[in-house]
Design a protein around this ligand. Structure first.
Ligand code: ATP
Length: 588
């Protein structure tokens, strides 16, 4: 398969902002892609080479990219930087240079295959150790030299992490459903396969080779992270019990980091909530899992919580951020030990437990864990009345938990990978006082500061996630709650996410001074949700022509580095919060 087919498709995708058209272009691309290449085409289209959980650094820094372009086009670094400052895009810069070069040297037009492009990029990504920079440089420059200007544009964007086609995972699934699953209805089983494997390429390959039957037979794979099941929220025990048919299993909601542990033939791999491989950050936890999970192969989910060494008390979530590091892991491990509270079992004894109701999973979990000082199952209680639920909630809050997660024990309480549903309902401390819900929002733009804030940002433009459309919708501008340290840290932290224009997956009616790729999530406390003509969040869902906005937002100091942009609070949640607020107001 020729790479030019992909480049042509990307060009068409870039020419539209309509999701249906994008899907159609992808369908056309998938239909002409041979089965053995479809996984690679899917990864490339996402601007990647592998699924996210594979721990190989694909991207190269701007400095190396400029050298690559220099080597391939014969331009000086100064030339390239000058052009880059004008275009703001390395892809267009290369395309421009190469078009001019092709005109003067006669481009031979020999066609580059997808396989060659992928293999070279793969080799470059995997080059490690001494001399690896030179190797990457020559592999990538070689690739650009054999590419047409248009192909070079996309290749360099892929390796620098700037492809930005604006295609959400769900759009790829839609396109696969139409191309190989017999129609859009096939999206549900495809989505499930994706949710339990976190590997779009693999799902694409299965549906292309084995059709929908293969997708339906798909099961959890040890070593592939499962996208986490998420909870809905309610504000009172009465509502919770009513929603769960009068009874549930209540568990402490620990305030730590969610971790999925895969034990395979005795070895342990850890994945974060956003499915990054974080195994090296927690050598202590690895040993604990080896010792306390009694079976050879299993997948469990747990909350890691920082504990006070002297008192054994649970510490707040922020403390754990000290453990997010590449270097000095041992020192951090000693200074900030963790306790592990295991709350679910997804795989054991070669069996996919995501297909079992919660009570079955929980029973098995208790069976395979050896409880200890630092590893226990999450504290639980079967409840069927408001008084017990309230008392258990108070007990949870007393020991430093955020509240409870109330879990359905019905027959259909399967593990709903990747979905936020009513099988789990969180009941958090803050909901007791009115208007103090926190939300996790994505930073998508910023405004320059003035006066005391000159040189940093005065306010951030924040967005919620619209899962259906795969876009980020603005919901507030936040300029309060930042300490001096935050004000210094944020511009540095955001620098690498800057994009020259509004990102294609951002819906905003407001202009920002600076735009960002939706990546960084911050926790914000608002005072009220109001209808807004200028924010796009949940536009038209309550009233035609109005979106929803969070008023008086304040940054809580919590950088939700554990969340990806897609994990941020959704437009649907904000709508629900708005409706709850109306309800409370009418009751009082
Ligand atoms: P929040 O910001 O409130 O933690 P979230 O979006 O990260 O929410 P939710 O699914 O809404 O995630 O809430 C469940 C979260 O609570 C899980 O992601 C997990 O990290 C944490 N948690 C703590 N204890 C438990 C437990 N016993 N069972 C399930 N989740 C738990």
């Amino acid at each position: 398969m020729e790479f030019s087919l992909i480049a042509d498709c990307y060009e068409k995708i870039e020419s539209t902002t309509k999701r249906l058209e994008m899907t159609q272009y992808l369908v056309e691309l998938f239909k002409i892609t041979p089965a053995e290449m479809v996984d690679k085409v899917v990864y490339l289209t996402q601007g990647k080479l592998y699924p996210d959980f594979v721990d190989v650094q694909t991207g190269i820094a701007e400095k190396l990219a400029i050298q690559v372009v220099g080597k391939a086009t014969g331009r000086s670094e100064r030339d390239i930087r000058g052009e880059l400052a004008k275009t703001g895009d390395i892809g267009e810069t290369v395309q421009g240079f190469m078009t001019r070069k092709a005109q003067s040297t006669l481009f031979d037009g020999a066609s580059l295959t997808v396989k060659t492009v992928y293999d070279q990029l793969d080799k470059a990504a995997r080059a490690a150790g001494s001399g690896s920079m030179e190797r990457k440089l020559s592999l990538l420059a070689g690739l650009l030299t054999s590419a047409s200007p248009k192909e070079a544009k996309y290749i360099i964007r892929i390796v620098t992490g700037n492809l930005r086609l604006g295609i959400a995972d769900m759009t790829v699934l839609d396109a696969l459903a139409i191309a190989y699953g017999g129609g859009k209805e096939a999206r549900a089983p495809l989505e499930r396969a994706y949710n339990i494997s976190s590997d779009l390429g693999r799902v694409a390959k299965i549906v292309t080779e084995q059709g929908l039957g293969g997708v339906q037979r798909f099961r959890v794979i040890l070593g592939n992270p499962i996208r986490p099941m998420l909870a809905e929220r309610l504000g009172s025990p009465e509502e919770i019990l009513e929603k769960l048919n009068g009874k549930c299993m209540a568990e402490f909601k620990y305030d730590g980091e969610r971790v999925q542990a895969h034990k395979k033939n005795g070895g342990v791999t850890l994945f974060s909530r956003r499915l990054e491989n974080i195994t090296t950050q927690y050598p202590d936890a690895i040993e604990l899992f080896k010792e306390h999970i009694r079976v050879k192969n299993a997948i469990v989910e747990a909350e890691f919580v920082a504990v006070d060494e002297n008192t054994g008390e649970l510490k707040p979530f922020q403390e754990l951020m000290h453990r997010r590091r590449k270097y000095g892991v041992k020192e951090a491990m000693k200074k900030h030990p963790v306790s592990i509270f295991i709350f679910d079992l997804l795989y054991a004894d070669k069996r996919d437990y995501t297909l079992e109701p919660y009570p079955v999973r929980h029973e098995k979990l208790k069976h395979i864990i050896t409880q200890g000082d630092r590893v226990t199952t999450a504290e639980f209680l079967a409840v069927d009345n408001v008084a017990d639920l309230e008392r258990f909630f108070e007990k949870a809050v007393e020991i430093g938990c955020e509240g409870l997660i109330c879990k359905s024990i019905a027959q259909d309480s399967l593990y709903q990978a990747g979905a936020r549903g009513w099988m789990w309902i969180k009941y958090k401390r803050e909901y007791k006082s009115e208007m103090s819900d926190t939300v996790d929002l994505v930073v998508i733009g910023a405004y320059h500061g003035r006066g005391k804030r000159a040189g940093t940002y005065g306010a951030l433009l924040l967005a919620a996630y619209n899962r259906d459309d795969g876009v980020f919708e603005t919901v507030t501008k936040c300029g309060t709650g930042f300490t001096d340290e935050d004000l210094e840290r944020i511009p540095k932290m955001m620098k690498k996410h800057r994009v020259p224009q509004k990102h294609p997956r951002v819906h905003s009616m407001l202009d920002a001074d600076v735009w960002f790729k939706p990546e960084v999530v911050l926790e914000v406390l608002g005072s009220e949700i109001t209808l807004s003509p200028i924010h796009t969040c949940a536009m038209n869902s309550i009233r035609e022509g109005s979106g929803l906005a969070i008023r008086f937002p304040r940054f809580t100091g919590n950088y939700r580095l554990d969340k990806s942009a897609e994990d941020s609070t959704s437009n649907e949640e904000i709508t629900k919060m708005y409706r709850n607020q109306l309800k409370k107001m009418s009751e009082s």
